[in-house]
Design a protein around this ligand. Structure first.
Ligand SMILES: C[S@@+](CC[C@H](N)C(=O)[O-])C[C@H]1O[C@@H](n2cnc3c(N)ncnc32)[C@H](O)[C@@H]1O
Length: 237
């Protein structure tokens, strides 16, 4: 899908909640994003102290950065995307109580305007399945380029091994051109782009809106059947 195709979805973008099965699992897109944001805050406690720079690559309407801020993150946030329409949504959705909205940049394909080694942390959430397979190596290379030595990359994706995920994606308009990828493909792509220490967690076994089940999710993080996964990489220094 091109940036222009995403522009069409930008104003109404709500993380695919137009799908009735997804709505049964949680009643707001923020509940789904909250699972990823809480995982990140457990992994990167320093996100709360205002010292880290974080790039959200393919940030869409900026919802991951916003939910991180809602949960107490105080990073220097930057977002980039191929869709100008999505980027235009970021400031509109950013609450003034969180201070200045994230810095933003438009991408030229995979390429961003950032300096080599600019960011402590990069996230890429629900983006790669929209990137044609042949173009994914360029995305991995760009992420490696903009990360500091010792920087951390977090790739969040839908898990194609979960049958409910495949059912929902096949019926969600924004995903009409999606090609899902599993964690093994992500790890292999990252290893070819740079030297990383990698690990993988599986997320979202339980409906994200039910807070008392979060412990179950955490206990099952090793099991490759969660609705989402995160491949975490620390770039060698
Ligand atoms: C499903 S949305 C996810 C947005 C956001 N990351 C989130 O989690 O809410 C997919 C986003 O990927 C962007 N996208 C598609 N192809 C891309 C590419 N090659 N590079 C960067 N972003 C891309 C789209 O413009 C869109 O904003």
């Amino acid at each position: 899908m091109s940036g222009a195709e995403f522009d069409r979805h930008a104003e109404a973008y709500d993380g695919g909640l137009d799908n009735p099965v997804k709505r049964m699992m949680g009643d707001s897109a923020d509940q789904f994003i909250g699972v990823k944001a809480r995982w990140l805050l457990r992994r990167e406690a320093a996100l709360r102290d205002g010292t880290l720079s974080l790039l959200d690559y393919g940030c869409g309407a900026g919802d991951l950065m916003r939910v991180l801020a809602d949960l107490g993150a105080r990073a220097r946030f930057t977002g980039c995307d191929v869709s100008e329409g999505m980027l235009a949504e970021v400031a509109k959705r950013w609450p003034s109580r969180h201070g200045a909205a994230p810095a933003l940049a438009a991408q030229q394909g995979a390429r961003t305007p950032f300096a080599d080694g600019q960011f402590d942390i990069a996230t890429i959430s629900a983006v790669l399945h929209h990137v044609p397979v042949a173009e994914r190596p360029a995305v991995y290379s760009e992420l490696a380029r903009v990360l500091k030595p010792g920087g951390r990359l977090y790739v969040f994706e839908h898990n194609p091994r979960n049958p409910l995920v495949r059912y929902v994606i096949a019926r969600t308009p924004i995903d009409e051109n999606a090609i899902l990828l599993d964690a093994r493909e992500v790890r292999s792509g990252l290893r070819q782009s740079a030297s990383y220490v990698l690990d993988t967690d599986y997320l979202m076994f339980m409906p994200p809106g039910i807070a008392f089940l979060r412990g179950v999710d955490r206990a099952l993080a090793w099991l490759p059947l969660g609705a989402q996964y995160v491949v975490a990489g620390r770039k060698s220094g």
